[in-house]
Design a protein around this ligand. Structure first.
Ligand code: NI
Length: 262
């Protein structure tokens, strides 16, 4: 069984065929879907998906760096209220994105650090968005992490050295559709990353793998990423599926007894 550790299936891009899309994913061997939150507008649809697919679609709670604006403190208090109301398996997706817009850099940083602090209190893993900011995030985490903190650098596209630093911090690498892109160079990096530090993800509806590039991504395409990884590692698809799913279980159920509220 494959596990999609990062997929935004609650977004409006799936409103017309959500049930069929989930069926296609299951037929492709994807049995579990972890849903990272974006901001206060996505919580309702995300929790609706959980209610319709309990134990299969699993929500996280957090504020995405792309949604950190002047009102970020209001958004953070909504995250805090949810973390106080019911347990979640992870805090995500959180991070710093300097690709699109640097206007709210300080606010993004403050928001990331606040959410890491909540993750430490709750002993939850964090799901990190680090576009153009891998080194910065590694530096911040090295300064504030405790012995329990772990998580995933989602959509990892960094260098072998960055991969090594992430692993030595105790974190995992989320590998998605970019692995199937020609000339991305991620294939060479991933070859040397130990399989016990890799989880698979689609980031649907974004980052569609080859040969569907340019179209909407969906969780069924996770199989294309898994196939590419198994050929790079010279392993059977089943072996890659079992190992990456086991890694996901380890991350998200690290401290089941401690799934608690703020
Ligand atoms: Ni995402």
């Amino acid at each position: 069984m494959l596990t999609d550790t990062h997929t935004h299936l609650y977004l409006k891009e799936f409103d017309n065929d959500r049930v069929e899309m989930l069926e296609r994913a299951k037929e492709a061997g994807v049995g579990k879907f972890y849903l990272p939150n974006i901001d206060s507008t996505t919580i309702g649809p995300m929790l609706e998906m959980e209610a319709g697919n309990p134990g299969v679609c699993v929500p996280m709670m957090g504020l995405h760096p792309g949604s950190v604006k002047a009102n970020y403190e209001d958004e953070l208090s909504i995250v805090e209220a949810w973390l106080s109301k019911r347990p979640f398996v992870a805090i995500g997706e959180i991070g710093i994105d300097l690709y699109w817009d640097k206007t709210f850099y300080e606010q993004q940083k403050a928001s990331f650090i606040q959410q890491v602090e909540w993750a430490k209190v709750l002993r939850l893993p964090i799901i990190i968005h680090s576009r153009e900011t891998i080194d910065l995030i590694i530096e911040i985490l090295a300064g504030i992490k405790d012995e329990h903190l772990t998580g995933i650098f989602h959509c990892f596209t960094g260098t072998p050295q960055q991969a090594e630093e992430i692993i030595s911090l105790g974190f995992f690498l989320g590998i998605g559709g970019v692995l199937t892109f020609k000339n991305a160079g991620l294939d060479k990096t991933v070859k040397d990353i130990p399989l016990d530090r890799i989880v698979l993800e689609t980031d649907a509806p974004y980052l569609t793998p080859t040969p569907h590039r340019g179209k909407r991504n969906e969780s069924a395409y996770l199989k294309l990423v898994a196939e590419r990884l198994s050929s790079l590692k010279n392993m059977e698809l089943e072996e890659v599926a079992a190992a990456t799913t086991a890694n996901a279980e380890k991350i998200f159920q690290k401290n089941p007894a401690s799934y608690t509220t703020l």
